[in-house]
Write a protein that binds this ligand. Sequence first.
Ligand code: TYM
Length: 344
Amino acid sequence: MAFKERVFSGVQPTGNLHLGNYLGAITKFVALQESHECIYCVVDMHAITVWQDPAELTRNTREVTAAFLASGIDPKKQIIFNQSQVAEHAELAWVFNCVARLGWLNRMTQFKEKAGKDRENASVGLYAYPNLMAADILVYRATHVPVGEDQKQHLELARDIAQKFNNDFSESIKAHGFGDAFFPQPEPLIQGPATRVMSLRDGTKKMSKSDASDNSRINLTDDADAIAQKIRKAKTDPHPLPNDVKELDQRPEADNLVGIYAALKETTKAEVLLEFGGAQFSTFKNALVDLAVAKLGPIGAEMKKLVGDPAYIDSILADGSVRAKAIASETMSAVKDIVGFVRR
Ligand code: TYM
């Protein structure tokens, strides 16, 4: 069955939105709105799988929304909302808790990383997190999901859940007039030179919101001075930049900075090396500072302005939630019929 193309993605409001989130996800969100119907979600219910201070959660939810808007997502043409305002996410997640297998979740590397050594003390929500993520996507029967490389395994799980639901309920799906498959197989969109932006302090570690060192990442709210300082301090190796992209494989810090430059300039690593191959890092870093400040400076400034008007942000989220709910409730009614729940 052919499904209508629809894009869905989400970002957690857990603070310190950074260059990795921007290049790995948000720039893709912006580009896709030209060609697709898009739904972008601030996933506050995912955030509470680890402890969140309530006031901070509210602030961070508004900040991620501001980042979406400041980056150029059009809230009238597309849908921007926060997850907890559309209860159908949680409702479908429960059904998926009963479709997904323990063995599937036990393979999730992100749970292992986040739970760390003290697994017994991790929340049940953290363990079931990928089922909620599958519900986020499939409650809109979304077909395309732009994400960074770190979400690939979760997307594979969402595909497995969609397939098992379609198989387990195939008779009922047919009987209710939905053809051979009710859910699409959502496709991850993981493309370009910055699908995995690394820490500026260690090219083998992912840039992350939770890294103790603020110098490891460029936050979207950093001002020009902070951006310049962090790039100038970024770890490098002693050699000039190579001419050949293949040589970046052995040089994680160089690879990362070249990838960041390429993504900000909307070009390829090979093009960047055509310009900077043989150059010293000091020269390249100056160019990177100029580019990063030119691209990120206006976004940070606009974000600061927007978060100063929480009533406006909340009105965007309220409007988006109503429109998201209209789609999600239709899916949920169908799911209830397919599963056999009696409903009004
Ligand atoms: P989150 O909030 O950790 O990250 C948001 C997006 O940013 C990408 N990202 C990166 N990309 C490149 N380099 C990095 N260093 C980097 N760090 C983060 C992430 O891949 C993601 O695309 N589970 C998701 C949120 C989520 C979701 C969904 C996504 C919930 N439901 C449904 C898609 C569809 C997460 O924790 O993203």
